[in-house]
Design a protein around this ligand. Structure first.
Ligand SMILES: [Zn+2]
Length: 57
C-alpha cells in the first residue's frame, strides 16, 4: 500500500506533507538521509529523518 510521508512540525505539532510517498512494505528497508521541508504551519524549514516520519494514507 502506498503511504504518504508526513513529518510533525516541532513548533506547532501539526503534520507536514513532504510530498513523498513510499510503499509501506518497503518502508522498514528504506534508507533516508536527513531531509528538509518548508513548513506551512510556522513558515520555518525543518530538518527531518526517518525516525520523525509519520506514514499516512
Ligand atoms: Zn513548523
Amino acid at each position: 500500500m502506498t503511504k504518504r510521508v508526513l513529518v510533525r512540525c516541532p513548533s506547532t505539532s501539526k503534520l507536514i506533507p513532504t510530498g513523498q510517498t513510499v510503499e509501506e512494505e518497503l518502508w522498514p528497508d528504506t534508507k533516508l538521509k536527513e531531509h528538509k521541508v518548508p513548513c506551512p504551519h510556522c513558515q520555518g524549514t525543518h530538518a527531518w529523518a526517518k525516525k520523525d516520519v509519520v506514514l499516512a494514507r
